[in-house]
Design a protein around this ligand. Structure first.
Ligand code: PBG
Length: 328
């Protein structure tokens, strides 16, 4: 008799497939990144991210209520800063009246069961589009970290729940933890963009926040990681945990699932993956052309993060997938 083992037996019926399923995507796994803007236009499209818009604060509040109703645990907010407020050293980053701080206060007034995550890096605020301060063409580390600490404290003061440093400066997690504690924000969590790669998949995000034109032909390879490296990611994550990160993140997502797997296996800490703008753009564009099924590709891409070991996913599909999961 051949074959002895018939793997297809368990796959024969829907109930059996559900029974042997190893991983499940839940609304509790989702963090929804949202773009915000000032001004009179209430919503503006982002051409390279079909279906995603920049929202004014009032619309952000509506979006947050919808997210909380769906059971999405947290929102990440990203500002499209008015170009007139961008400077060489990005001072707007720690202005308590900046767009992010005003948005966080407006969200916190609602008293929703929803965490608010704020990115920490200078790129939305600098005229050169780099995440830190630039001296002689190089992003300088320790001076940048000082500014990032001020930005973190301003965001915590506004009511931010999770500080998420995305800048990849050395030593920033420890410095930010100390600055938050000194200012009385011991309960504010830190999600470190611990293994963040110098990726081409951030292109649409830079369109969305308007940092792409500032960056021009520049790149971030002196601080973001080389996509060829994996051991180095383990060192980065280890450092961020030792400096006080409560949660760590790998970014981008789909091309870096091996890193997610290694991080989760090695450190056993809450591990997140960021399905970045370029990944969203690829799926959306192919679906718009009728080349991929949007819903199926979205669901498959997200459950693969779970299989790799992610505890949660930052994804621009968060609201759409939460609605779908609710219907099921
Ligand atoms: C800012 C930041 C970036 C992203 C998140 N935070 C862009 C960058 O590092 O250039 C990218 C997110 C995405 O592409 O969806 N430092």
């Amino acid at each position: 008799m051949f074959p002895h083992t018939r793997m297809r037996r368990n796959r024969r019926t829907d109930w059996s497939r559900r029974l042997v399923s190893e991983n499940q995507l839940s609304v509790n796994d989702l963090i929804w990144p949202v773009f915000i803007q000032d001004g009179t236009k209430q919503k503006t499209d982002i051409p390279s991210m079909p279906g995603v818009q920049r929202l004014t604060i009032d619309h952000l509040v509506e979006a947050a209520k919808a997210a909380a109703d769906l059971g999405i645990p947290a929102l990440a907010i990203f500002p499209a800063t008015d170009p007139s407020k961008k400077t060489e050293s990005g001072e707007e980053a720690f202005n308590p009246e900046n767009l992010v701080c005003r948005a966080v206060r407006a969200l916190k007034e609602q008293d929703l069961n929803l965490g608010i995550l704020c990115d920490v890096a200078l790129d939305p605020y600098t005229s050169h589009g780099q995440d830190g301060l630039v001296k002689d063409g190089y992003v300088i580390n320790d001076e940048s970290v000082e500014v990032l600490c001020k930005q973190s404290v301003a965001q915590a003061e506004a009511g931010c729940d999770i500080i998420a440093p995305s800048d990849m400066m050395d030593g920033r997690i420890g410095a930010i933890r100390e600055a938050l504690d000194d200012a009385g924000y011991q309960h504010v969590q830190i999600m470190a963009y611990a293994a963040k790669y110098a990726s081409a998949f951030y292109g649409p995000f830079r369109d969305a926040v308007g940092s792409g034109t500032n960056l021009g032909s520049g790149d971030k390879r002196t601080y973001q990681m080389d996509p060829a490296n994996s051991d180095e990611a383990m060192r980065e994550v280890g450092l961020d945990i030792s400096e006080g990160a409560d949660m760590v993140m790998v970014k981008p997502g789909m091309p870096y699932l091996d890193i997610v797997r290694r991080v989760k296996a090695e450190y056993e800490v809450p591990t997140f993956a960021y399905q970045v703008s370029g990944e969203y753009a690829m799926i959306s564009a192919a679906a718009q052309n009728g080349w991929l099924d949007r819903q199926k590709s979205m669901l498959e891409s997200l459950v693969c993060f779970k299989r790799a070991g992610a505890d949660g996913i930052l994804t621009y599909f968060a609201k759409e997938v939460a609605e779908l999961l609710q219907q099921k």
